[in-house]
Write a protein that binds this ligand. Structure first.
Ligand code: ADP
Ligand code: MG
Length: 474
């Protein structure tokens, strides 16, 4: 039997985070109340004109440059004409003739292996309204109409469902690290068109590709690819059906895909340049400034953790799960906590605490500096690791910095404090000092006893004895 493999190309849509919509001053915000974030432009009232949101263009350029795309020197929008009830204008403003980025690539991590996705283009466009079909009624919410969308189109460069989904996971993290989008799949901010076909060992396509539209979670995308692979294999080998290039949709209940239309009924969108938006120049200085503001991205952080800090894959993956956590860890290293020790605290104790109390690292009481109070005292043998965990818990519970408990509950190792104490004890016991110096060496223990009495037994005995030996013989 011929050896076939699956080939996947993705069109990933992601809603941008911005104050207002991409071509209007309607608010871009998620709302449970329908039709409150709507401007006349979003409703396509007669006489309205779109105005390009500069911030959205900058964010689009940011993503284009992260994807190593060529960025054109002018920004041009196109009109894509079709009728649908969720599209009041009868057309969508998108980019087709000159997308904001073309011919790029992205290195991504799939199962701890670095792979490369080939990017065909990235373009900026507007979202449609959201339509919901109830039993006898359909309802429409224009809050989403005109929300900025970035669409990233990959080449058919993935050869298994896992790689395609890993690529999307990497993209979602990049959107979040750069703050371009929350990329929250639960709120429908990420949607994908999933293109699948089968190829032989020579790389020739042997089945026409199917395009499954608007799949909205990583789990569903994974299921779509696996179902399509299976369906096309059966059609190819067992002639269970005749395959044609077609558009399908994913059915969540049955975890299968269902035909919507074939290429024969493909829509002709009659694209032309959007006449209401004059093309405008993308200045090089603007691009440079945007590129400069890109923070270190998750994959680069992961490689730093692995190669320079020698952390395990597992710990590195945990630390880069979100930017705030990774920033926290980086701050720990910056102020001098050991890389491995910091990693252990963050991935075990701190994450455990955050999960338990369901708060984010940004609101966590123990700052990197407080953590350092704990880790320094472990390193000095001032507290045991068991005590450290108790202090950590107490500090969170009572909102008091770890040092409070370290002075109160544990060995006193502060040399200058002990030195002052010992000097005053000696000055109050000059006769004993004299006798000690004249050969009554067992009086040494008398002095140790005095220090312990004064410190309620907390003085570090090693340091106490060392200081006593120095100070008595002076
Ligand atoms: P169209 O313009 O007809 O919609 P494109 O050729 O631009 O199609 O491709 C759209 C998407 O389909 C891209 O993500 C691309 O990678 C993917 N694609 C194209 N050919 C195949 C194929 N044979 N198998 C899987 N995906 C494909
Ligand atoms: Mg599109």
């Amino acid at each position: 039997m011929e050896n076939l493999h699956v080939v996947i190309g993705l069109e990933m849509h992601c809603e941008l985070k911005s104050n207002s919509k991409v071509f209007s001053d309607g608010r871009n915000a998620y709302s449970d109340t329908a039709n409150i974030n709507v401007s006349p432009v979003d409703m396509a009232f007669p006489g309205i004109l779109p105005v390009v949101n500069k911030y959205c263009v900058e964010e689009a350029i940011k993503m284009a440059s992260i994807l190593h795309c060529q960025i054109p020197d002018v920004m041009i929008f196109d009109r894509k004409n079709y009728y649908y009830p969720d599209l009041p204008k009868g057309y969508q403003i998108t980019q087709c003739s000159k997308p904001v980025g073309i011919n790029g690539y992205l290195e991504y991590d799939s199962g701890n292996k670095i792979k490369r996705a080939i990017i065909h283009d990235i373009h900026l466009e507007e979202d449609s309204a959201s339509l919901d079909h109830l039993n006898n009624t359909s309802i429409i919410d224009y809050n989403r109409a005109g929300v900025p969308l970035l669409e990233v189109v990959t080449e058919p460069c993935f050869n298994c469902a896992k790689d395609a989904v890993s690529f999307l996971e990497n993209m979602i993290k990049i959107y979040q690290y750069t703050n371009i989008s929350d990329a929250d799949t639960k709120r429908g901010q990420v949607r994908c068109d999933v293109n699948v076909s089968l190829a032989n060992e020579k790389g020739e396509y042997v089945t026409p590709r199917s395009e499954t539209k608007n799949v909205n979670s990583l789990g569903n995308i994974f299921a779509t690819i696996n179902y399509e692979e299976k369906r096309q294999r059966e059609a190819y080998f067992n002639h269970s059906e005749e395959l044609v290039q077609e558009t399908r949709r994913f059915d969540e209940d049955t975890q299968t895909t269902i035909r919507m239309r074939t290429k024969v009924d493909a829509i002709d969108y009659k694209y032309f340049i959007e006449p209401n938006i004059p093309p405008f120049k993308i200045e090089k200085e603007m691009v440079d400034k945007i590129v400069n503001d890109i923070p270190e991205l998750p994959l680069s952080r992961k490689q730093r953790y692995l190669n320079e800090y020698k952390l395990t894959e597992e710990d590195a993956n945990t630390l880069i799960k979100n930017k705030d956590l990774s920033d926290y860890y980086d701050e720990c290293i910056k102020i001098g906590i050991d890389k491995q020790i910091a990693s252990n605290w963050v991935t075990v104790n701190i994450l455990g605490e955050l999960n338990k109390s369901n708060i984010s690292i940004k609101d966590f009481y123990i700052t990197p500096n407080y953590l350092k109070q704990i880790t320094d005292n472990i390193l000095n043998n001032n507290i045991s690791s068991k005590q450290a965990k108790e202090i950590f818990a107490k500090s969170i519970l009572e909102n008091k910095e770890p040092n409070t408990y370290i002075k109160d509950n544990t060995q006193l190792s502060d040399e200058s404090y002990l030195r002052d104490l010992i000097v005053s004890i000696i000055n109050n016991n000059l006769a004993q000092k004299e006798a000690y110096l004249n050969g009554k060496t067992n009086l040494f223990d008398y002095f140790v006893g005095q220090v312990m009495k004064e410190t309620k037994g907390k003085a570090n005995p090693v340091i106490t004895k060392k200081l006593l030996r120095d100070l008595l013989n002076k």
